[in-house]
Design a protein around this ligand. Structure first.
Ligand code: AMP
Length: 388
């Protein structure tokens, strides 16, 4: 049996973004120290960690030195190069393992793994060179979505196609040969399930959330997802199958489409806490970030029980700053609103700057409250707070 890594130890995190920041808060509350390794400084995670090491992921000597200085390494940035995870693994356990990252970093490998597990996927064709284009266009005639195999998140590297005739041009324009061509799924809703798996194989899986996206980026997540019991059970079963099938130690999210007939299709995996799980910080007994701490340290997992009947989370993108400082007092006038800001200095359009969560007696009420608070950020900004 592996000995657990106990409070007081130092956990290394590869990546300095908001996921690392929220992980660090959870780890610190449990008495751990956190060291962040990222190519930038003054990162959202580094601002709240005990140590911030600024070095490129490709600097394997620095990565090895970092891994030697901590008890366990995890990551919050899922595109950490495979060689970086391997270098870290020479000196400390890396959880989830680099092999899980290697699978989920590449849509072709990810879909192959999901297919091996017998999970339902949108119709797709893998493209590795121009020789595959003809067969791909025949197999997925359109309408479809062409996605680069690597570096895909928040709709980046994606293009919608009306028919197979557009494939060759769109593929050439992508500038990366490895891609997948996927049917455009006419979905009723998008749902995701976040789950954790411990070192001993134990599982803690949250109820599904329903997610709405704007311009391919998550906008609002609602718990519990308003889906049929049968669909809810199927979604949780998919998460279990992936966590066990990929032998994950850590947290993983499965994003799915709910087709009009209620059937689920797996869209993609994230081997880390997920934006749709941020509401677990305020709405659940143990958050997805605390589950990550517990799982990578080999501690028992926490309860996924909810503290309220419903909750909703709304993202705050840089766009909210477009006409100046948002009206924080107006949003916080709702005493139940929970505000999370990530400490990013520059508010660029589309950049995730923070999120808000509201609890409620039902999903509709929670969603209305969080949307109203977000709208209030942009309401007339004249008020006592602007007069110094
Ligand atoms: P992804 O980065 O693959 O999660 O895609 C971002 C968003 O684009 C998804 O959450 C969907 O809203 C949309 N999308 C991606 N793939 C498909 C598809 N095959 N059919 C319909 N919508 C899609």
């Amino acid at each position: 049996m592996t000995v657990p890594i106990l409070p007081g130890a130092e956990i290394g995190v590869l990546g300095g973004g908001q996921l690392g920041r929220m992980f660090t808060f959870a780890a610190a509350r449990l008495g751990y120290r956190v060291a962040v390794y990222a190519p930038d400084d003054d990162t959202p995670a580094g601002q709240v960690a005990c140590r911030e090491i600024r070095a490129p992921y490709e600097d394997l000597d620095s990565v090895e030195r970092f891994a030697r200085s901590v008890s366990v390494v995890t990551f919050e940035f899922e595109n950490v190069p495979g060689a970086t995870a391997d270098a870290a693994a020479r000196h400390a356990p890396v959880r989830p393992a680099g092999r899980v990252l290697g699978t989920t970093q590449d849509r072709i490998r990810e879909k192959a793994a999901l297919r091996r597990l017998g999970l339902p996927l949108p119709r797709f064709a893998a493209i590795e060179s121009s020789a595959d284009l003809g067969a791909a266009a025949m197999h997925v005639p359109g309408p479809s979505v062409l996605k680069t195999a690597g570096w895909g998140y928040d709709g980046k590297g994606q293009r919608r196609l009306g028919s197979g005739a557009e494939l060759r041009g769109a593929w050439a324009a992508m500038g990366s040969p490895r891609a997948v061509l996927e049917e455009l799924v006419p979905f009723r809703s998008e749902v995701s399930v976040v789950g954790a798996r411990g070192l001993d194989g134990s599982l803690a899986i949250y109820e599904p959330t329903m997610n709405t996206h704007v311009d391919h980026v998550l906008d609002v997540s609602v718990f519990p997802a308003p889906i049929a019991r049968r669909t809810r059970d199927a979604a949780i079963e998919v998460a279990r199958a992936v966590l066990e099938g990929l032998d994950v130690v850590g947290v993983l999210c499965v994003e799915m489409f709910e087709r009009n007939d209620g059937e689920l299709l797996v869209n993609e995996l994230a081997p880390r806490p997920h934006n749709s799980g941020h509401l677990t910080i305020d709405a659940h007994a143990c958050s997805q970030f605390e589950q990550q701490v517990r799982s990578v340290c080999g501690l028992p997992l926490g309860s996924t029980e909810s503290l309220a009947p419903a909750a909703a989370m709304a993202n705050l993108l840089g766009d909210v700053w477009s006409s100046g400082e948002p009206n924080w007092p107006a949003a916080l006038a709702d005493p139940g609103l929970r505000l999370h800001l990530y400490g990013k200095n520059e508010a660029r359009p589309g950049r995730k700057m923070g999120h808000m969560t509201s609890l409620g007696s039902d999903a509709g009420a929670a969603e209305r409250a969080v949307r109203a608070a977000r709208a209030a950020l942009l309401a007339g900004k004249e008020g006592p707070w602007t007069r110094r």
